[in-house]
Structures are given as C-alpha cells and as structure tokens.
Design a protein around this ligand. Structure first.
Ligand SMILES: Cc1ncc(COP(=O)(O)O)c(C=O)c1O
Length: 370
C-alpha cells in the first residue's frame, strides 16, 4: 500500500482532473480562431460583474496589472503615497510603485489584515489612497476603512486577488472602493491555466479609462482615445474561466467544509492559533483561498509534516513587504514581523479529500502530543 501524501497544491491536477472538458474548450476556441477579445471574454466579463455585483468588469493579463492600471487610471502621481498592509504579496506594493507612487506598508490588526489604527497613524499630506488586501479569502472590516477614506477623500483600490466571492456584511470583496483586482492564477479559488486577472469597478468613467489603458488606448469601439498598453486576458483563458465559474459556489462550499473540518479537529490544540471558522452568523463570508494558522513551533511543525509527506507553505518567502531590504524600506513593524515567524498554511484546495484533511490533522495532533 502506498503511503498517503498530501501536496500543498497539486498543479498537474489543475489540468488533469477535468482534462476532457478543458480539451473540448481548447478545441472549440482553436477551431474558431478566437484568441483575443472574443465572445468568451465578453461573456466572462459580464458574468464576473454580475457575480460580484459590480457594474463593470475587465479581463486583464494578471491581478498585478489590474492593480497597477487601477492606480494609473486614478491618476497616481510621483510622491503620492498609498497605505497598504505589510501582510500581503509584494505585488500590492509593486503595483503602486510601477504606477508611479509610493507604497506605505503598515501593521496588521488582530485579524491579521490591515490595521485601521495603523492606517490613521500613517496618514500625512502626501497620502492619496488606501489599498486593503482581502487576504486568504477574507474581506477586511470595510466599515472602518471606508470611513477613514471618506473622511480624507482618499482613493480605495482593493487587492481582491485572493477574494472572489468573499463578502463583508453581504457585500462582495472588490465592490467597496473605486476599483479592485482579482487573480485567476492557477492556484487561486477560481484559477485558469496560466496568468489571468480581472478588474471590477462601479465607476463608469474609471471603467472607460481602464478599458483604454488595457487595450492600447482604444475604447470599446476600437477608437484610440489615450495612451495605453496591452494587458488583456486571453480569450482561451476566459473560456476556461467561464466553465469554472459556473461551479464556483460549489467550490467555495467545499473549501468552507475543509476549513470547518480543520477547525473541528485542531481547535483544542492551545499551541495553535487558527483562522476563524466558517460561520453563517458572522459579518464575514470567507472563501478560504488559504488556511493559514500560527504556531510558536512553526518550523519544526513544518518539518514534521514534510517528513510525513504533507506539503505546507510559508507565504511569500516568510517575509512581510517591508522586510525585503533591497526595496529600500527602513521601517520596523513588530506585529507583522512576529506573524511571519509563526505563520504556516495547510493544504486547502479541491484536490484535498476528507481523508487527506484527517491525515493532516492526525499528524498535527501527533506532533503536539507525542
Ligand atoms: C494578495 C495578492 N495580491 C496580488 C497578487 C498578484 O496576482 P497575479 O499573480 O494575478 O498578478 C496575488 C497573487 O498571488 C496575491 O495573492
């Protein structure tokens, strides 16, 4: 009998599990020669807008571009500062930088998301906006963030790369601010077979600018209205996403089920700090892009799980944004730095069976109780 192994994310299965259906889609798109800006993309954009409740959606090459284009469309200028959480992917910060502004990473709160008090403390005359990251499939408490933004007339772009379908008080991640970007990287809850992203917005003027920026300055009728570039979502990827989004609610349900199982099996271990369990009574509807927990013995736990063929991940090379010293940050943020000494993510995806979850939990319990 082969021993059970639970990879952190089994990339070949992102293709192999529905290979027949994917090959049909590739064949259909190929036969039509429908590679760039065809009906599959339009259909996906309208499904994405409808699903999130946004007025507009634009498919882009990846979420990093989506964030950068959003700040460009909002007119970010050199010297302008945008406040972000230091607990995010570097892409959040780099999008501001490449759009011409300055990212200002700040501390996390008890929920490990951007701390509204830290936002307030970082505000100065150069501040023009906030970019909260809706991390691990959880939407920040947007009441406080939006009230700070409204008070100061700031722009808000949400980094919703990890949060399609996540909600706060019933409202979808990505629909609180001026614009948001979502990622369809293969390991995302809605993943395609390569890079892909989407921008959503409720602002029609912003949509027009974003549309031009992502397609060589052309408007929806093909007339050149401004300078732009190419950051389009491939039609083939859009066709694959059309197929996958049709099952999206079932995918979220399964991930919430896995999170519930982890919670039930692990919550009695005082040594662990778990993410909030799915709850219908909460203001938060989480989609569990990741299941990230904290432990003082994180490194030896990771090693023990690895020896038992269980893949785990310490997100983003184990560093907060401001800890990448070559990027010129000189600040210290002790809360988020401590977090990165303790965090670890368990397998959380559609390829993880109930038996896999139980095996992972057995090994974690064994690690603490042996
Ligand atoms: C929080 C966050 N922001 C931005 C990105 C960038 O997304 P993409 O890879 O589509 O550019 C990611 C992707 O992993 C992410 O997790």
């Amino acid at each position: 009998m082969t021993k059970r192994s639970v990879p952190f994310f089994d990339y070949p299965r992102a293709y192999l599990d529905d290979r027949d259906e994917l090959l049909k889609i590739i064949d259909d798109v190929g036969n039509r020669g429908a590679f760039i800006m065809q009906k599959d993309l339009m259909e996906f954009e309208s499904t994405l807008a409808e699903y999130t409740g946004a007025s507009h959606a634009i498919g882009v090459a990846n979420a990093t571009d989506g964030l950068e284009l959003s700040w460009m469309a909002l007119g970010l200028r050199p010297g302008d500062e945008v406040i972000i959480s230091s607990h995010t992917m570097l892409a959040t910060a780099s999008a501001i930088k490449t759009a011409g502004g300055t990212p200002v990473p700040v501390e996390i709160g008890e929920d490990n998301l951007i701390d509204p008090d830290a936002i307030e403390n970082a505000i100065n005359p150069r501040t023009v906006g906030i970019m909260p990251t809706q991390l691990n499939g959880r939407t920040c408490n947007m009441d406080r963030i939006m009230s700070i933004a409204e008070k100061h007339n700031f722009f808000v772009v949400e980094d919703a790369a990890q949060a399609l379908g996540s909600r706060f008080k019933g409202k979808h991640a990505g629909t609180f601010g001026h614009a948001a970007a979502i990622s369809f990287f293969p390991a995302k809850v809605l993943g395609c077979l390569g890079d892909g992203g989407g921008i959503i917005t409720n602002d029609s003027n912003l949509h027009d600018k974003l549309f031009q920026l992502h397609d060589h300055g052309r408007d929806v009728d093909g007339n050149v209205k401004s300078w732009g570039r190419n950051s389009r979502l491939d039609n083939l990827q859009a066709a694959i996403l059309n197929y996958r989004i049709s099952e999206y609610d079932k995918i979220i349900e399964r991930r919430r089920r896995i999170a519930t199982m982890y919670d039930e099996r692990l919550r009695d271990l005082d040594e662990l700090q778990l993410p909030p369990a799915p709850s219908t009574k909460s203001d938060h509807f989480d989609i569990y892009q990741n299941y990230e927990l904290q432990s003082d013995k994180r490194d030896s736990l990771k090693k023990y799980l690895y020896e038992n063929r269980i893949g785990t991940l310490i997100q983003w090379g184990g560093k907060a944004v401001h800890q990448w010293e070559h990027l010129g940050f000189t600040i210290k943020l002790p809360v988020v730095e401590k977090f990165f000494e303790r965090c670890i993510m368990l397998p959380m995806n559609m390829f993880v069976s109930d038996d896999d979850v139980n095996y992972v939990c057995d090994k974690i319990v064994e690690f603490y109780r042996k």
